[in-house]
Design a protein around this ligand. Structure first.
Ligand SMILES: Nc1nc2c(ncn2[C@@H]2O[C@H](COP(=O)(O)OP(=O)(O)O)[C@@H](O)[C@H]2O)c(=O)[nH]1
Ligand SMILES: [Mg+2]
Length: 161
């Protein structure tokens, strides 16, 4: 079975940009993979000899009430389905209370989490990542979903051969 990786984070951090970049235009055919539902946005990523299923999610605001409640529920269900979580944060916006809320919730699931610092183009990876160490989820990994050059390295980092 292919590993399943969920993308979570606040709205506007670049989850869908990364999803689209990684999956291209191919929609995943996941009907025959047990444990996945059709309600969420899945994509299949193939890179070199690696292949995995990626789940895009709507975004977690920190409050997650009212109309955001269903979106949040979908996001946490994606985490439940996943073998690994990519927690996207925004280097330009910096660390916010919403990020801390998500980090706290993620700990309850006990899944491997990689903090991915997006929008890091033009910043040194170390500078972009520095404040996100405070999330307590390990070494943050800096990328630019829009500019994309570091994406192959991200995949190698996620699924070492
Ligand atoms: N500067 C910069 N902007 C980005 C990057 N990735 C995404 N964005 C922008 O951030 C905004 C939100 O992106 P989106 O993928 O919709 O975020 P989502 O809400 O987390 O899915 C859009 O305007 C993107 O163009 C990046 O690597 N660098
Ligand atoms: Mg999105």
């Amino acid at each position: 079975m292919k590993p399943v990786i969920a993308l979570v984070g606040r709205p506007n951090v670049g989850k869908s940009t990364l999803f689209n970049r990684l999956t291209g235009t191919r929609d995943a055919l996941v009907a025959d993979q047990p444990g996945l539902t059709r309600d969420r946005k899945y994509g299949e990523v193939t890179f070199q000899k690696r292949s995995f299923i990626l789940i895009d999610t709507g975004g977690l605001s920190g409050e997650d009430e009212g109309i955001d409640a269903n979106m949040a529920k979908q996001s946490w269900q994606a985490v439940e389905e996943a073998d690994m979580v990519l927690f996207l944060v925004d280097a330009r916006a910096g660390l916010g209370a919403g990020d801390e809320f998500i980090a706290k919730q993620l700990r309850h699931y006990g899944k491997p989490v990689i903090v991915v610092v997006n929008k890091a183009e033009g910043l040194t990876p170390v500078m972009a990542a520095v404040e996100f160490h405070a999330l307590g989820l390990g070494e943050p990994y800096s990328i630019s979903a829009e500019h994309g050059q570091v994406i192959p390295r991200l995949i190698e980092h996620l699924i070492p051969e």
